[in-house]
Design a binder for this molecule. Structure first.
Ligand SMILES: O=P(O)(O)OC[C@H]1O[C@@H](O)[C@H](O)[C@@H]1O
Length: 294
């Protein structure tokens, strides 16, 4: 069975890179939004008889999900026997337990919705914290690509004498890989989250690292407050203005401006979400997992 890719609007560049590497076609889909806000889409190239992968990064997900679901349903309706999802950023991974009585556990519900529409999924560095493996919540085959080595190589090539800094214990998993790849030392701090935009970071005395270039690394920058608070604490100890390096450039609201205002040397992200700070191209990491599953 031949395969083909489809790009949800906004995912064209990533999809084109992936299609070229896979030696496959990107099907043309025309999207239209009716005056009442409803979505209309039309496959200009037929998906009949082809294994389809829809590429859709899922930051700001709520507005993307109906177009995504309709795209998958239309592909199937027009005769695609298999439809998969390539989601460079996977949403709804962080509400992985009931933090407050009465809350919904969306990290459990969202996978069931995706499994109604898709036969398989590939993503990059999903936020695995209390969920340790996507198979615990996704009832379809999934593959995960890891961007830490790519980030580590980028740091090695661009930053002198880096000191890798993970803002919290969750970040230890990628901070260690980044540090090893970059040939740099790493420290992991302790963070407590009190609210969406309210975190405190405990930081030991770092005077032994004077002369190093701190590089804050994280999987997601959302409100930016984990980065901002860590930058402030590092700077208060007289260390050099840090670099901030992240996989997923969610950058909600004024996050980027707040991070820059806190005093950084630079900001670099992977291209799992399109953003001007994208410096680390990870599209190639998706080739083998997509080839396995289409
Ligand atoms: O502090 P913001 O940017 O809102 O959120 C991102 C942080 O929250 C955690 O879940 C992520 O791993 C990251 O450390």
């Amino acid at each position: 069975m031949t395969c083909a890719l489809v790009a949800l609007p906004g995912n064209e560049a990533f999809t084109a890179t992936l299609a070229k590497a896979l030696g496959t076609e990107v099907l043309k889909v025309t999207w239209h939004r009716f005056p009442d806000g409803e979505t209309n889409l039309r496959f200009d190239t037929s998906p009949a008889g082809r294994s389809i992968a829809i590429v859709a990064t899922l930051d700001r997900p709520d507005a993307k999900l109906l177009p995504l679901a309709f795209c998958a349903a239309t592909a199937r309706d027009l005769g695609a026997p298999r439809v998969g999802l390539v989601a460079p950023y996977l949403c709804y991974m962080r509400q992985d337990r009931r933090f407050v009585a009465g809350e919904g556990i969306t990290a459990h519900y969202f996978p069931r919705m995706i499994a109604q529409w898709f036969d398989w999924m590939v993503t990059a560095d999903p936020h695995l914290h209390r969920i340790h493996d996507l198979s615990e919540v996704y009832p379809i085959p999934t593959r995960v690509v890891h961007c830490a080595e790519a980030a580590g190589r980028w740091i090695k090539a661009h930053i002198d004498r880096p000191l890798i800094v993970g803002p919290d214990e969750e970040s230890a998993q990628w901070a260690d890989v980044i540090a090893q790849t970059a040939g740099a030392p790493a420290i992991v701090l302790r963070k407590t989250r009190h609210g969406d935009k309210d975190v405190t970071v405990e930081i030991p005395n770092l005077s032994e690292w004077a002369g190093y270039q701190p590089v804050l690394v994280d999987d997601i920058v959302s409100s930016g407050h984990s980065m901002v608070e860590t930058i402030r604490r590092l700077r208060a100890q007289g260390l050099a203005a840090p670099w901030s390096v992240a996989v997923h450039a969610v950058f909600a609201g004024s996050a980027e401006a707040e991070i820059r205002a806190a005093g950084i040397t630079g900001l670099a992200t992977c291209n799992t979400i399109v953003h001007p700070t994208n410096a680390i191209d990870v599209a190639g990491l998706f080739i083998d997992p997509v080839r396995d599953l289409v």
